[in-house]
Ligand binder design. Structure first.
Ligand code: UN1
Length: 480
């Protein structure tokens, strides 16, 4: 099924002039998913120039015409949910259910963003002067660079590109080089739906060309999801040029299981939060805080489930967890776990990987710790859960709040007052009561507090803040 790697520039699919690139399936490294040259500096220049040239025409295209293209693209994506979902699973390694689900989610996001055409265009204010109204409308920022991670190869790009486009911006998109196939699928859906040439340009490139994109003077705004290290570097470079940046970075999200929780529900949700997508979500549950009184019972139930988790070929319908994305990630997760054990962490449970000869597999792992170990602080981006116990609700919330990240937290309780206290006291952008820490609906804001996020939230109405700037018009009919 090897696909030839192509770039979309100014409405044409072209070969890059960069170095050769080959993508192997993380579940079976003998499977070649995509191959071909990466984009080089020539395609970077061509992409940013064509996005710049297309900007004025696209900004003045009626919003309903832009919406019609997004809706048509949503239908194309939906029609391919099975086949592209299967490709996603081979390329990225999440299970088939998750792969198909993610493709459908991308279609849903495109459709939601198309709906902006039927919502308000801004606000009209009273004027203190006779015969005048004050209109506050929103204008596109211009050319947006979208830099997206490997872990949601189609949903995260959709939730950056669709709002950028609906609000009248043109886009140069650099996906993670590990997942070019799904990037080509989304770009082709938008292209085939009728997007004019230059409005969306796809650059499958290495970090050198990515750096060039960030620094390109034709770029007016940058939206990024990925590591904290890269996000901070991009934010610094954007600040130096005075352009807005939206960076969605790390997480070290806790699930807090309190003494009055429904433990069956909590076990299900903790399993989903920690191990779906092999723990490779910025919203994944990687910390577990247990009330002392239920801690032994809960860890026993959890251990049974972890040991029974079916790990293996993610394309097989019985498999519940696939591999990590690459050898580097596998080495990091393996090394961090060994160091935690050497530092005194106790193994609560470890699953097993099935008959998997040549993939980047790591068994789901639960470790209990007593103190402030590295495994409590560092984002591993893998299927490893660190557990601590808390004497009361106050201590449990303090443990969940402990650390530099503040993306998401899940609290399990049946008590309304405790749930309300959680919503008020937890220092995160997202709070789940009785559901897993991962997940995001397209119509509500998504973003982290503390060091997890930088700049305005993504998704929902909030995305308009980032992808447009306000224009205040003092409107008078003539002489007063
Ligand atoms: C989800 O939890 O379904 O990179 C989405 C990430 C997040 C998206 C999470 N930006 O994992």
């Amino acid at each position: 099924m090897t696909v030839e790697l192509k770039q979309l520039i100014n409405g044409e699919w072209v070969a890059g002039s960069g170095r050769a690139h080959a993508v192997h399936s993380p579940a079976d490294t003998t499977v070649l998913v995509a191959a071909g040259p990466l984009a080089g500096p020539e395609q970077l220049t061509a992409a940013t120039e064509s996005a710049h040239r297309a900007a004025r025409g696209w900004a003045s295209t009626p919003m309903h015409e832009r919406a019609a293209i997004l809706s048509a693209a949503a239908s194309i994506v939906d029609d391919h949910a099975q086949s592209w979902g299967a490709e996603l699973t081979v390329e990225e390694g999440k299970t088939l259910v998750e792969g198909i689900g993610e493709v459908r989610r991308a279609a849903q996001i495109l459709r939601y963003c198309a709906g902006a055409a039927d919502r308000d265009a801004g606000t009209v204010y009273h004027s203190p002067r006779r015969g005048e109204q004050i209109l506050v409308t929103r204008k596109p920022v211009g050319v947006v660079a979208a830099i997206t991670p490997f872990n949601f190869p189609i949903a995260i790009p959709a939730w950056k590109i669709a709002p950028a486009l609906i609000y009248g911006n043109t886009v140069v998109w650099k996906p993670a080089a590990a997942v070019p196939l799904l990037a080509m699928r989304l770009a082709s859906a938008l292209h085939d739906a009728g997007l004019p040439a230059g409005v969306l340009n796809l650059l499958v490139a290495d970090s050198a060309v990515g750096g060039g994109l960030v620094d390109d003077p034709r770029i007016d705004a940058i939206t990024f999801t990925g590591s904290t290290r890269v996000g901070r570097a991009i934010a610094a470079s954007a600040a130096a040029r005075g352009i807005p940046v939206q960076a969605e970075m790390g997480g070290k999200n806790a699930a807090v299981v309190l003494a009055d929780a429904d433990l069956d529900l909590a076990v299900d949700q903790v399993m989903a939060g920690a191990f779906r997508s092999t723990g490779q979500k910025c919203t994944a549950t990687s910390r577990l805080v247990l009330a002392e009184s239920i801690a032994d019972d809960f860890t026993q139930r959890l251990a049974k489930r972890v040991e029974a988790l079916v790990v293996g070929d993610p394309s097989s319908s019985s498999v519940e967890m696939g591999p990590l994305i690459d050898a580097k990630s596998l080495a990091y997760v393996t090394d961090s776990t060994s160091k935690a054990i050497a530092a005194g962490a106790r193994m609560v449970a470890q699953g097993s990987v099935g008959d998997v000869a040549s993939g980047h597999f790591f068994a789901p792992t639960v470790l209990e710790i007593d103190g402030d170990d590295d495994i409590w602080r560092d984002e591993l981006f893998g299927p490893v859960l660190a557990v601590r116990r808390a004497a009361d609700v106050g201590e449990a919330f303090a443990l969940a709040n402990d650390g530099e990240y503040g993306l998401s937290v899940a609290v399990f309780t049946r008590d309304l007052e405790t749930a309300m206290r959680a919503s008020a006291e937890l220092e995160t952008g997202i709070v789940h009561i009785n559901s897993e820490s991962a997940g995001a609906d397209p119509h509500v804001p998504f973003g982290g507090a503390k060091r997890s996020g930088y700049g305005p939230s993504e998704q929902g109405e909030a995305s308009r803040e980032f992808f447009t700037h306000a224009c205040t018009t003092y409107l008078r009919g003539g002489a007063l």
